[in-house]
Design a binder for this molecule. Sequence first.
Ligand code: AMP
Ligand code: GLY
Length: 419
Amino acid sequence: MTNRNVLVVGGGGREHALCMALATSSQVATVHCAPGNAGTSELATNHSVAASDVPALIDLATSLDVSLVVVGPEAPLCEALADHLAASGIPCFGPVQALAELEGSKLHAKQVMRTAGVPTAAFHVLDSTSDVESALDDFSGQPWVVKRDVLAGGKGVVVTSDRNEAKAFIDASIRSDGKVLLEAFLEGEEASMLVVMDGSGYVCLPPSQDHKRAFNGDEGPNTGGMGAYCPAPVATPDVIARAEAEIVKPMHDYLSSQETPYRGVLYVGLMITEEGAPSVVEFNVRFGDPECQITFPLLKSDAYSLLHAAATDGLQDQVVTFHDAHALTVVLASEGYPASPIKGRPITGLPDGSDTVWVNHAGTGFDDQGRLISTGGRVLTCTAVGPTLADAATKAYEVLDGIKLEGGHFRTDIGHRAL
Ligand code: AMP
Ligand code: GLY
């Protein structure tokens, strides 16, 4: 059957990658994207509906008669998009509001991990009545990790060895949010494990590694992610087996026993010690961006079948297979990103793209004359697949070197830990 229509919600590189995967599915007739970007407009129909406008998204999904809505970002899930779609009888890839709280509230995530017996850093919840000095003493000798309990777009976490800075961020967060988390520092290497799950089962996608700092050598401010590669060798078969037994299985037991089971992808941010012990740094209730861009190209089986099965509790009957290959993507960011990105500049030199190297658009659009311009902090990501990671890196950087964006910057060391 090829008469199925799909709606992808969001407008970044992640959503362009989702549109690409769905557009090549033999099961899909048309792909729609809200709001999309210049890249998605080439393979999907863009609709000028904001990803945050839940009522308009319901209307759109209904009028398009879609068989599946795939939600990219977390915000609409936290605003109950999946709940409303369920009420309209439309399958949704993305969890209901109550379960999206795993990302919406870091304290809630900690409490769930405690209930499910999942390894994560020890923590204190601090409010205006707490003895902050003694809490800081409890975790001294290592950097302090302070996390706001709100969706803060990547700006809610401070990791610092400066006690005064930690204390100032704690005080400011308590003033604005009423409470804040202080966590023990976890030592090790990070990896992202994307687990597609529903009430019937789960599928672990190959683990990847993001690069969150803006500049080479993991220097500079935190960003949404400057590049990623997959698979990440730090997640050895032993680490994956432990993560599955100690984290994924107990989380799935918990999430599938809720009133509405979790239907979507659980992004498990892992910290892996030198001894290979995994613990959870964070959960997200969506695909990572840019992790999505390098995970989907390694999916050999059909993307629509996987996503639709997860939205309808059919995962246990799915056979999901992956290519034995490597994927790498490098983000081209606007001048001033992440603090204050300059937008509206022309982008030139984009290649046609091939089966092995292409551009995922993120913050792109068209100006009045139809020229491609930057519209966001992360502008695009150059993605390549190859038989080795080095091959994928060479191809991605070759394409990136040909693209012109005034003031644009990118890291030149994506994949350095594995290369
Ligand atoms: P989060 O938003 O919770 O993912 O935190 C952002 C980043 O802060 C993570 O990707 C880690 O690099 C770092 N981080 C968060 N929690 C910890 C922790 N307990 N120990 C060490 N680093 C952490
Ligand atoms: N790349 C990290 C994230 O999507 O949260």
